[in-house]
Every structure is written in structure tokens, then in C-alpha cells.
Write a protein that binds this ligand. Structure first.
Ligand code: ARG
Length: 429
């Protein structure tokens, strides 16, 4: 059924091409379209475009539909173009004229807009919870292994002493930046666009503040054209936030892959979290982290895809915008899966305690030894040359004390300050 069917229309091929993947993707959004429809019906009742009885009937049916959708039982058959058509069909079948009135003063353009924004708000909030959980896990691991030293690298060459405390809590603190990005995207999504209708408002005296309150948005996207222009923009803000999390997670995954290699051998995982080879019986491969790395790399392309899709579109609705869902919805799921598997694995990370006993890591301490000379009164550059000479003639002896005391160093991780920063970020929302 097409809402806009006038007796003539596109053939099956055109229909297939234009509907695309909407029937599957709209299943994810349907519950939000239903909630927005209920708010719209209540508002129509408030302004007298629906009778009290019609409003009550619509709200009742939409409550029932909401429960069906929440239970995963909402379906879109091939005869329907999208979730909007199916919802209106079901309401009309049940209620007759009241169902036919639900579309008064709205358009599918603002239906999909409001549904997407409600969906993105919910997902961005869920992602904040997942990021916080990973943060907590990393902080616990940092605490548990704060005394275990690790080589620090620059250019992938042995550089300075680091520690598992420093390494785990580095990724934790990095996630706070990503939390700011998720919150910013959430704020962009948290503005009610409903009532922009096709993109230019309506000649009915709709009450957009009413639907803003009803749907729990913090603000109204006031200007109807600005509201419509939010399509694409909210998706891009979200994708940017997802890609920030992905960048952190992807780098962490890369470190893990490296550290699991026998040439490093810093970290290992129980068998249930590694995979084998069909030919090499000794293998314990880091496939989880390789896939996290790969997926996170792909996720970082999503803002670019959405930018290409929406750049140079003039104001107003365009069907191109339908494709934002194809890119963004799977990206949200992919990031959730990556966060989940990262949690699952990192919880059971086993760290090696004697890494620095290997003499190849002795040079990690050259700067600390040099600094000791500076403490004894030798000017830095002279101490540097002295140390370089002792390394060259083989007389260098490492001072493996690694006594770093300043804020944020391996001897003074300030985990409480990092925790407080995260708490503050969460309080701000
Ligand atoms: N499936 C469309 C989308 O996601 C819904 C809006 C369709 N509007 C239209 N004028 N054809 O953008």
C-alpha cells in the first residue's frame, strides 16, 4: 500500500529500487515512529483536530503497537513501502476514520526525521553506558597491574619504561574524550524536529512544544527548515562520535594484536577468546582484536560516507537522505559489538610480569640514568653525551628503578583524577 497511491504509479522495478532496504531498516526505527505518532495524535487531540474519542482510540492502538514492536513482532510486508505506511494501514484497519486522520499536519519526511532522532538519542545514551563500562574495566585493570612494567615505544623502537597501569588507564582516559563526542552528538539529536512536516511546516495550528514535552526532547528545533536540514546532520554528528570511539578502540586493538605476538609476548588470553588455524596446530590467533581493528577502521570511514552523501544537497528533503540509514544503522550495531567483545576479552587479559628482565629492554632506562647524572649536577647535554658514550662502549648499566613521580606518570597514575573526570562528564548530562 502506498500512502500516495493515486491509481497510477511506479512499476515493480522502480518500486524495488526506491524502497531499497527500507523494509528491513525501518524495523529498527518502527518503535520510535510509533511513539512519535502517539505524541502527534495527542497533540492533534489537544488542538481539536481529533475528537477526545479518536485520540483515545489512536493512543490505545499505538500503545499496543509499541508493545508489539518492542517485542520484535512489528513486520513490514512487501505490499507496504515502509514503516510509516504500515503503521497508518494498521490504525486505519482497526479504527477506520481515526486512522485515516493520523497523518494530518505531518509528512513522512518529519516522521522519519523524528524517529531517527529518537533512535539516535537512545543509541547514543546506550553507547555512553557501554563506553563507561569499558572505562571502568580498563581502570580496574590499570589498578590491578599498576606495578607491572612494559616497554614504551616510539617509532616502534624501544624507548622509555611504561607500565600496564599506564597503558590500560591511557585508553580509559582517552575514552573520556569520546564520551564528550557522544554527548555532543546526543545534544544535537535531542531537539524535536516534529512538525516540520514536508519541511516547511503546516497551515494547521500544531503545537510543537506539546510534542517536544511528550517525546522527552530537551529542546525544539524551532525553524521548520532547520529541523528538516537536521536530516543528514544528526547522522553526521553521530557518525563522528562513533568514529571517535572507534579510533580509540581500534588503536587499543592494534596494541593488543602486537602485544600478543610471540615477538612481544606481553599479553595473552584464555583459549576461549582466541582462534586456531586449519593447518598450524600451535596457533592461538587474536582474531577478536583483528576484527575489532578492522571494524573500527571501517567505522572511521562512516563520517566520510555521510559527508559524501549529503554534501551539496540543497535545503529541503531529498530521497538521497534515505541512504543515511543504510550507512549509520549497521555502524551503530558494529560499534556495539566491538565494545562488547573488547569488554569480554580485556576482562580476561593475562599480563606477563617479567617482561623487562630481558636485557634487550635495558636501554629503556637510558634517559632515567641520564637524568640521575643531571640530578648530580651534570648539565643535560653533557650527561646525554656521557650516556651515549657509555652505550657505545658497552659500559652502560641500566638503573631499573623507573621512579617517575609526576602526575600521570607510571609511578603516579592519578587514577582517582581520571575517574573524577569521567564522573564529571557524566554529571554534565
Ligand atoms: N524512506 C524515506 C527516508 O528514509 C522516508 C521519507 C520518504 N519521503 C518521501 N518524500 N518520499 O527518507
Amino acid at each position: 500500500m502506498k500512502l500516495w497511491d493515486k491509481g497510477t504509479g511506479p512499476d515493480a522495478k522502480t518500486d524495488r529500487f526506491t524502497v531499497g532496504h527500507d523494509r528491513e531498516l525501518d524495523l529498527v526505527l518502527a518503535v520510535y515512529d510509533i511513539r512519535a505518532s502517539r505524541a502527534h495524535a495527542r497533540m492533534l487531540g489537544e488542538i481539536g483536530l481529533l475528537t477526545a474519542a479518536e485520540t483515545r482510540d489512536l493512543v490505545r492502538e499505538l500503545d499496543l503497537l509499541e508493545r508489539e514492536a518492542e517485542a520484535g513482532r512489528f513486520t513490514i510486508e512487501p505490499e507496504f513501502e515502509d514503516m510509516h505506511s504500515k503503521i497508518e494501514y494498521l490504525l486505519t484497519e482497526k479504527l477506520g476514520d481515526a486512522g485515516k486522520k493520523i497523518h494530518t499536519a505531518r509528512s513522512r519526511n518529519d516522521q522519519v526525521l523524528v524517529a531517527l532522532q529518537l533512535y539516535l538519542k537512545a543509541e547514543l545514551e546506550g553507547l555512553q553506558g557501554r563506553v563507561k563500562a569499558l572505562f571502568d574495566l580498563l581502570m580496574d585493570q590499570a589498578e590491578a597491574h599498576k606495578g607491572v612494567l612494559l616497554p614504551g615505544y616510539t617509532h616502534l623502537q624501544i624507548a622509555m619504561p611504561s607500565s600496564f597501569g599506564l597503558w590500560f588507564s591511557a585508553y580509559a582516559e582517552s575514552l573520556i574524550d569520546d564520551m564528550y563526542m557522544l554527548q555532543a552528538a546526543c545534544r544535537v539529536a535531542d531537539q524535536n524536529p516534529l512538525g516540520s512536516a514536508a519541511g516547511y511546516g503546516s497551515s494547521f495550528p500544531i503545537d510543537r512544544d506539546f510534542t517536544t514535552r511528550e517525546l522527552g526532547f530537551s529542546a525544539l528545533k524551532v525553524n521548520v527548515v532547520a529541523a528538516q536540514m537536521g536530516r543528514g546532520k544528526v547522522e553526521r554528528a553521530t557518525a563522528t562520535a562513533l568514529s571517535a570511539v572507534a579510533a580509540t578502540l581500534g588503536k587499543l586493538a592494534m596494541d593488543v594484536c602486537l602485544y600478543m605476538s610471540q615477538n612481544f609476548g606481553f599479553i595473552s588470553f584464555p583459549d576461549r577468546l582466541t582462534t586456531g588455524s586449519s593447518i598450524m596446530p600451535h596457533k592461538k590467533n587474536p582474531d577478536i582484536f583483528e576484527l575489532i581493528r578492522g571494524k573500527c577502521n571501517l567505522l572511521q570511514g562512516v563520517p566520510g560516507q555521510l559527508a559524501l552523501l549529503t554534501t551539496n544537497l540543497p535545503s529541503g528533503y531529498h530521497r538521497d537522505l534515505q541512504l543515511t540509514k543504510e550507512v549509520l544503522l549497521p555502524a551503530v550495531e558494529s560499534l556495539k559489538a566491538c565494545l562488547e567483545m573488547a569488554m569480554e576479552s580485556l576482562r580476561e587479559a593475562q599480563v606477563r610480569g617479567d617482561i623487562l628482565d630481558d636485557p634487550k629492554y635495558d636501554y629503556l632506562f637510558s634517559v632515567d640514568a641520564l637524568n640521575q647524572l643531571v640530578n648530580d649536577g651534570v648539565p643535560f647535554r653533557d650527561a646525554y653525551r656521557q650516556m651515549a658514550a657509555s652505550i657505545a662502549d658497552g659500559s652502560y648499566k641500566p638503573l631499573k628503578s623507573a621512579s617517575h613521580t609526576h602526575q600521570g606518570s607510571l609511578g603516579n597514575l592519578c587514577l582517582d583524577r581520571i575517574r573524577e573526570k569521567m564522573e564529571e562528564a557524566l554529571r554534565a548530562t
